[in-house]
Design a protein around this ligand. Structure first.
Ligand code: 5CA
Length: 439
């Protein structure tokens, strides 16, 4: 992408409404724009990150055996009356009437709708287990939307739902999603710790929140510092095999949110020097709630014994749009964002320090064309901004690599390659810099 043709409205001033660094940087880097309280437009640079995050989530869901579908954002109120949640949900639910006075709502979550889809089609244990998921916008009329996309009213969620014949099988599905979450956040370069958690309006008695430690997080958390060093399951993890050892490894050390914290147990199980009590960002949550929806909504499954029983279920959410903010909270410095490569909007930024200078334009064009051809995501700054402005902008938007091209270096046959995360710089011939990204 040529920057002269792109849409990257960076802000010079620090927006004063933004209280935390990720919100400030997302506004300054031209990633989002607030359209109403807690409701954001995703500008091109932000959208690219949102899509990269979605892709990782999708790939790992598919790998774990979940199947993607897409449910609508609007749902019938009557569906939620069947489960009893229409009245229980309260003012966070956005309720709407259509022209026929039919009551609708903008979905804050989809347990009812997926149960309706499931019960219409699946009757036998032979069709189980099933894990279905989608990546869709949600609306929750939060009392206090804040921190940009971290607590929005409209936000993008991946929500998955599992259906099983009995509790033992349902726990296997829970474990699958749990392991998949370790991989999802690990691939993004985040340390997200599964912590025992409250189940709230979703229900059930077994739940873990996946928490990224950050002072700016909204949840108070307690854990053993050793949990930060546990290994992420590899790409070859066998989802049909025994996942219990992984779950045990990740749930034995103390880790709990403040809602379910047990101080006595924490102190008994955790040596004083390993006790962490801090705040964190909840990037995902998994729930097992059995037949909370399938029973009142009548979604029976016939077992091998010929007897009907409600399917046993869980649901599994990832805050896709919140993750974009969480990633910035975890990865930034004074100059701006430092994207992990797996979610970076572009991998490489090329800065042309003297647009109009023949050799400089030629070298830039050569690098740009070679990277584009090789399928490397590259942003070419071919604007007439002065060099200092180009450096600051590239640092701000946080692309992992910068290729800096100017007449001085080219006189010696070299361009500069800068690694955003470390600040390391190297002077290399044009062909070598291209080879670095094409290997
Ligand atoms: N139905 C279940 C799981 S599919 C569910 O709704 N779980 S949840 O309420 O925990 O939401 C899932 C994830 O969405 C959360 O872990 C969080 O990362 C994200 N999320 C929740 N509320 C918001 C919000 N207001 N703004 C941004 N992200 C949010």
């Amino acid at each position: 992408m040529r920057l002269s043709k792109y849409f990257l409205p960076v802000l010079r001033e620090t927006p004063k409404e933004a209280e935390i660094v990720s919100h400030r940087l997302m506004l300054r880097a031209g990633m989002i724009r607030q359209e109403a309280a807690g409701i954001y437009a995703w500008l091109p640079l932000g959208l690219r990150v949102l899509q990269k995050v979605s892709t990782i989530v999708r790939e790992e869901m598919d790998r774990a055996g979940a199947v993607e579908l897409l449910m609508p954002t609007l749902q019938l109120a009557d569906l939620w009356r069947e489960s009893g949640r229409y009245d229980a949900y309260g003012p966070e639910m956005l309720r709407i009437k259509d022209r026929h006075e039919r009551e609708l709502l903008y979905g804050p979550t989809n347990e009812e709708m997926i149960t309706e889809i499931f019960r219409a089609t699946v009757r036998s244990y032979r069709d189980l287990p099933k894990i279905l998921y989608h990546i869709q916008w949600k609306f929750r009329d939060e009392q206090r939307p804040r921190f940009g996309v971290m607590r929005g009213r409209e936000f993008l969620m991946k929500d998955a739902y599992s259906f099983d014949i009995d509790e033992a099988a349902a726990r296997l599905s829970y474990n699958r999603m749990f392991v998949s979450y370790l991989r999802i956040f690990g691939r993004m370069g985040l340390k997200a710790i599964p912590m025992r958690a409250e189940t709230g309006p979703i229900g059930g008695d077994l739940s873990h929140e996946f928490i990224v430690l950050a002072e700016t997080g909204e949840s108070g958390v307690f854990c053993n510092s050793d949990v930060l060093d546990l290994p992420i399951p590899g790409v070859d993890v066998d989802y049909d095999g025994d996942l219990k050892p992984i779950i045990e490894q990740w749930t034995t050390l103390y880790a709990a949110t403040e809602d379910v914290h047990d101080a006595a147990r924490f102190e008994a199980e955790t040596p004083p020097e390993k006790r962490i009590n801090t705040r964190g960002i909840e990037v995902g949550q998994v729930f097992y709630f059995g037949d909370k929806y399938t029973k009142p909504m009548k979604a029976p499954i016939t077992g091998p014994d010929g007897v009907e029983r409600p399917a046993q279920c869980g649901s599994y959410g990832v805050g896709v749009s919140r993750l974009v903010g969480a990633l910035i909270e975890a990865c930034h410095d004074d100059a701006g964002i430092i994207w992990p490569e797996s979610v970076a909007p572009f991998k490489v930024g090329i800065a042309n320090l003297k647009v109009g200078d023949g050799p400089t334009d030629t070298a830039c064009a050569q690098i740009y064309a070679a990277l584009e051809k090789a399928g490397v995501d590259v942003l070419y700054d071919d604007t007439d901004e002065r060099p200092g402005g180009k450096f600051a902008r590239l640092d701000l938007i946080g692309l992992p690599y910068q290729v800096i091209v100017g007449p001085k270096g080219l006189a010696e046959g070299k361009v500069e390659l800068k690694v955003r995360a470390t600040g390391a710089r190297e002077n290399l011939p044009v062909t070598d810099v291209i080879a670095r990204f094409i290997e």
